[in-house]
Design a protein around this ligand. Sequence first.
Ligand code: AMP
Length: 206
Amino acid sequence: MYIIFLGPPGSGKGTHAQRVCDAMGIPRLSTGDMLREQIKQATPLGLEAKADIDAGRLVPDSLVIRMLRERLAQPDCANGCIFDGFPRTEAQAEELDTIVGIDVVVNLDISDEAIAERMKGRRVCPACNASYHTERLGDKTDCAACGTELILRKDDAPETVLARLAVYHAQTQPLIAYYTKKGLLRSVSTDGEVEAVAARVREALR
Ligand code: AMP
């Protein structure tokens, strides 16, 4: 199965994509995680992408597509994978259609107000990329999965979140129509607790 998780920043793509990956035994391909790893390792690709990411802009299609193609060629993707944060433009979606056949697109539905609220409290693990919310962390400051000190992502600053939302509406939201036309889109409401959303995601994938 090749599955896309679509939705604005902070809609829970990473969280829900990871749960489905664990259940299905297929890898999660997060272009955001890949780009952050490239930045951490100071590769030429990472250096090229950094300014765009920090400003909340999209990284050029050509760069992201090259990186994704390389990842998709790995043997663990042969039987399927979940795309998290890719495609984000119509050009990327068209390119992806030439590489694999997409089975289903899960669209996580959330209002801009709810996103702003969620992003304020988001903390992430710089080592394993797990994501948390301050409301549920209490006084804990390290990652439950690997013990690393959690951080606030630089591009989760409120003004950068606004820029990322504008980018989402202008460049990524049109993909809802793109995949609806292909009959692949299943929209899931993100209202309520994470377990309730996870149950709706499972239902959408049945
Ligand atoms: P994410 O972790 O998915 O929120 O991605 C963080 C940032 O990485 C985005 O705001 C973009 O700057 C960049 N990025 C991630 N995926 C893509 C993509 N498919 N196309 C362009 N830029 C991307």
